[in-house]
Design a protein around this ligand. Structure first.
Ligand code: NG6
Ligand code: CA
Length: 512
């Protein structure tokens, strides 16, 4: 097991202690903001959240110097919608956001106000590195030409990203709208409809797979891993799964170096522990919990590296660091990588019900740590906070007026470890909606299977579900029958909040 650099810990704690003890350092007028978003990391996957199996020493250090949130939420139980809400401050179901394919058009219109644009307008340098999954271009892209609109139009001066997920083609890095390392004589073609002549797919050539698929994931084989979708060409531009973590860490450090003398906002989308999981050599076998454990150790180390780098550059006293996950955890998500066999006593959900894809709490209830340079660390907050409120809160911090009509709220005090969190939030899982209201959560009835092909509970109930999350963390007791008045009151709030967006007949599409 790798440990976090004690120096990094000392430096973080030092900054925090001095900030409060000396009473001199105040959050600077325009602090840097580094937003690190893991992919499918669960509430129970982090040792400062109670994991005694997979250990995350660097995240523990960050929490020891910052605020750890017990009640932090993504808006959604999948990636594209969650990230959409973080950047736009708007509930993703208003735009019918779903898991996007790798050739999706850019889902955030170029003229839409966004949080990164706010930072840009204030003179911040803005960068996006790593997992994107919000589309690019206008659809049916020619990957061999400059992509317009590029992800940069969301408000980033610099982008170096993967278009969608690690399991979706095209498996290339895209920097500022250009595929990195592309040979014009070997153009890329991508299709989410049918295979190309001569393409090697997992479906037809299982003998060529080094990581077999369990369900779905039977398209083009790249680096021995069958992906979703079809792709040919672009050989020189293909990413290397086994070094992706170092690649994006390097890009993030470069961005920090280039902007060390001016305020910056960096969004760093980690690809761990999403499938297909490929740990870098030095993390392979580093835990007893299989490759999922190994890539979580890797992600933890990456966070530690960013913190160390900020310290080395003298930026820790001037940088807010947020760490969170885009949605709840999943162990078996379509590849036979041994993660389920090796899960042992590890509980990725940390006692919550459901996980990724689920309307149960584990779908959207995520880890979140916020480090403030001038605050005393080691706080644990039970306030109800949501990722969609980063924008509203930073706008308040920076004295910026928000555009009209956004769903984001100012919960800055709560993010800083005080009171003032949310009291309610619409939650979304694969197009299905529910309402968190105070301690309660309402899960309206939906058609569709109770669990998916690997037993993950999706949260499709035949009739209303009402749970008290404070007294019943695992949602074992449905109060809908015993508390009819409360049910009606929360139902009315829910219907008022979501209006025509509630469609009980909506079945989630089977994942192929
Ligand atoms: C599903 C994929 C899953 C993952 C998910 C998106 C199959 C069978 N499953 O369709 O592996 O890629 O989409 O995950 O293809 S997310 O975290 O980016 O939302
Ligand atoms: Ca995810």
């Amino acid at each position: 097991m790798k440990t976090c650099s004690p120096l990094a810990l000392a430096a973080i704690s030092g900054a925090a202690v001095c900030g409060s003890a000396c009473g001199q350092q105040k959050t600077p007028a325009r602090p840097n903001v580094v937003l690190i978003v893991a992919d499918d990391l669960g509430y129970g996957d982090v040792s400062c959240y109670g994991s005694r199996t997979i250990m995350t020493p660097c995240l523990d250090s960050l929490a020891a110097a910052g605020v750890l949130f017990n009640n932090a939420y993504a808006t959604s139980a999948t990636s594209s919608p969650s990230r959409y809400a973080m950047f736009t401050g708007i509930y993703p179901w208003r735009a019918d956001m779903r898991i996007l394919p790798g050739d999706a058009p850019l889902m955030i219109p170029v003229d839409m106000p966004t949080m990164p644009k706010m930072f840009q307008e204030l003179g911040y340098a803005t960068g996006a590195v790593g997992k994107w999954h919000l589309g690019m271009g206008e659809g049916y892209l020619d990957w061999n030409q400059p992509i317009t609109p590029a992800a940069n139009t969301v408000g980033f001066d610099f982008t170096n990203i993967i278009p969608a997920t690690v399991d979706r083609v095209p498996t290339v890095y895209v920097e500022n709208g250009l595929v990195v390392g592309l040979d014009p004589d070997d153009p890329i073609k991508v299709s989410y409809k049918e295979p190309f002549p001569g393409e090697i797919t997992g479906k037809d050539h299982p003998e060529l797979m080094t990581m077999p698929f369990h369900h779905g994931h039977n398209g083009t084989i790249i680096n021995g891993i069958p992906r979703i979708g079809h792709m040919v060409g672009g050989k020189s531009a293909l990413w290397d799964d086994a070094t992706m973590a170092d690649y994006f860490l390097g890009k993030s450090k470069n961005f920090i170096d280039e902007h060390a003398d001016e305020p910056f906002f960096l969004y760093y989308g980690l690809h761990e522990p999403h499938v297909p999981r490929t740990a870098m050599d030095r993390f392979a076998g580093s835990t007893e919990y299989g490759v999922r454990g190994d890539v979580i150790a890797e992600a933890d180390w990456l966070v530690g590296q960013i913190v160390s780098h900020l310290r080395e550059k003298g930026l820790l006293d001037n940088t807010i660091i947020i760490f969170t996950s885009d949605n709840g955890p999943v162990v078996q998500d379509g590849y036979c990588d041994g993660s389920d066999e090796k899960i042992g006593d590890h509980d990725p959900n940390g006692g919550l019900r459901g996980g990724k894809y689920s309307l149960f709490d584990g779908g959207t209830h995520v880890p979140m740590i916020v480090y403030w340079p001038d605050a005393q660390g080691g706080k644990v907050s039970d306030e109800f906070v949501c990722q969609m409120d980063f924008w509203g809160s930073f706008a308040a911090m920076l004295g910026v007026e928000l555009p009209e009509g956004l769903d984001t709220r100012n919960t800055l005090e709560a993010f800083m470890g005080g009171k003032g969190g949310r009291t309610d939030q619409v939650i979304e899982a694969m197009g299905r909606l529910g309402l968190r209201d105070g301690d309660y959560v309402l899960m309206p009835p939906y058609n569709g299977p109770f669990s998916n092909e690997t037993g993950n509970e999706l949260g499709n109930l035949k009739d209303y579900g009402l749970y008290n999350l404070r007294s019943d963390k695992h949602q074992d007791v449905n109060l809908a029958g015993s508390q009819p008045e409360l049910l009606e009151a929360i139902k009315a709030k829910f219907l008022q909040a979501v209006g025509k967006h509630y469609n009980p007949k909506r079945e989630i599409e089977a994942l192929k």
